[in-house]
Design a protein around this ligand. Structure first.
Ligand SMILES: [Zn+2]
Length: 334
């Protein structure tokens, strides 16, 4: 049976732009050198992901700098949704951090509305469902560094919760400070009744998985460093928490798929969902992730199960879930 209807729960807007669009728009907005060729631009975005190298930071800056107006955020989101529809996706949760898009005067709420408007227009034009996730950010060397911005993120998100925004995330550099410093912020999110996920155990210590679990998130982003210690795996299994696994994003350009923990995670009975993270930086898309997993021995049945697990773990409302479940059943339960 062909597995074509896909769901992606972990996809960053800024890391998944259309590269040529981003190049032309960057020239128009003067956010890159006017003499930069498309080839140079392309190579910066595809640069090897050397941790903390200036080259690595530059690519994040470039894609963030071109998303600073209502029009650019709207257009980028609309275009991403259209491409995801063309790839056969039926539901995607697109995430971005509204606090990263206020350099030219947008408020966090303005930025969030621009992304939601772009997604709404795409949902009018194409048969795809989209939920927006806003990210709190790990920045600086303590949670105090951008606490004000993070609190604003929560406020803006709460205003749009149920109106396009489906949940929150904690993203950024998870090793920058004690992970538990973010517990008070996540407590506020929880008290407001908004679902949330957290990047944990991606580039950082597996111990962050236990820290994250103590904050009772609804899902965990990545979590692949659980393989550092059986205790982490056992804790994830006990919590029965969905993991947003993004294989190509982790292996980056060395392409060591066989060495990735995903097969062990599946074998250990963890709730693995398949996602892309960043379509540009990881040079991938959701159907490609399914294809690559099949190449390393993950069965079609497991992938279909992961798609149903993604639907279960989705932050969308019950009505949307029912609609999507009928779509999946039509395809997989003949
Ligand atoms: Zn991510």
């Amino acid at each position: 049976m062909m597995n074509t209807a896909k769901i992606d729960l972990h996809l960053h807007l800024d890391g998944s732009l259309n590269i040529y669009w981003a190049y032309e728009r960057s020239l128009l907005r003067n956010t890159i050198d006017k003499d930069m060729s498309f080839e140079e631009f392309y190579n910066i975005l595809y640069a090897h992901n050397k941790a903390h190298s200036a080259e690595n930071f530059r690519k994040f800056e470039i894609v963030c700098d071109v998303l600073q107006t209502y029009e650019d955020l709207f257009d980028a989101t609309y275009d991403l949704c259209k491409r995801l529809y063309d790839l056969g996706l039926i539901y995607v949760e697109i995430r971005f951090a509204s606090q990263q898009h206020c350099k030219l005067g947008l408020s966090q709420l303005d930025a969030l509305k621009a992304v939601i408007d772009g997604a709404n227009k795409a949902m009018e034009d194409f048969d795809i469902k989209i939920g927006i996730i806003n990210c709190l950010m790990h920045k600086g060397d303590s949670a105090a560094f951008n606490e004000k911005e993070n609190l604003e993120t929560i406020e803006a998100s709460y205003e749009m919760f149920g109106k396009g925004l489906v949940g929150l995330d904690l993203a950024g550099f998870e090793n920058n400070c004690d992970y538990l410093e973010y517990a008070p912020l996540m407590k506020i999110v929880k008290e407001k009744g908004m679902p949330f996920t957290m990047h944990a155990g991606e580039m950082g210590m597996g111990e962050h998985i236990l820290d994250a679990l103590s904050m009772k998130p609804d899902r965990i982003g990545h979590g692949v460093n659980c393989v550092q210690d059986q205790r982490y795996i056992d804790a994830l299994r006990k919590a029965n928490i969905p993991l947003e696994v993004c294989v190509s994003s982790n292996v980056k350009l060395d392409r060591n798929y066989a060495g990735h923990p995903v097969r062990r995670m599946i074998k250990e009975g963890l709730k693995v969902t398949i996602n892309t993270d960043n379509m540009i930086f990881a040079r991938t898309d959701t159907p490609n992730e399914h294809h690559l997993l099949k190449m390393i021995g993950v069965s079609e049945e497991t992938l279909i199960k992961s798609t149903y697990d993604s639907l279960d773990a989705a932050f969308c409302d019950a009505e949307t879930k029912k609609y999507l479940k009928e779509k999946l059943d039509k395809q997989f339960k003949v």
